[in-house]
Ligand binder design. Structure first.
Ligand SMILES: [Zn+2]
Length: 99
């Protein structure tokens, strides 16, 4: 699952798992809408903006976490919070500043 930017100014690509949950689809939709609101940055621009990516992931995971909580799926909400932390760390390690 994922939304990936392609060419600047053009919509990117959504990779969808046929067994994905509705909240996972909402997560990816959120990435698409965020990219659209920024005029569809190129892949290079999108990946270099590591702080923007973390903010996007926070927004997308929050949608999923709220949905899980609404359904009383606290274990799912907890897992999603862990997933966000792992993804945030991945972005920092791979694209963040070098100290
Ligand atoms: Zn995401």
């Amino acid at each position: 699952m994922g939304y990936g930017p392609l060419k600047k100014g053009e919509p990117g690509q959504l990779i969808i798992d046929p067994d994905a949950s509705l909240s996972a689809l909402q997560h990816e939709k959120s990435h698409f809408l965020e990219a659209q609101s920024k005029g569809f940055p190129s892949a290079a621009e999108a990946y270099q903006d590591w702080e923007g990516r973390i903010a996007d992931e926070f927004k997308s995971y929050t949608i999923e976490i709220e949905e899980a909580k609404k359904l009383g799926l606290d274990n799912v909400a907890e897992q999603l919070q862990k997933n966000f932390k792992v993804e945030k760390q991945y972005i920092i390690d791979r694209y963040g500043p070098i100290d």
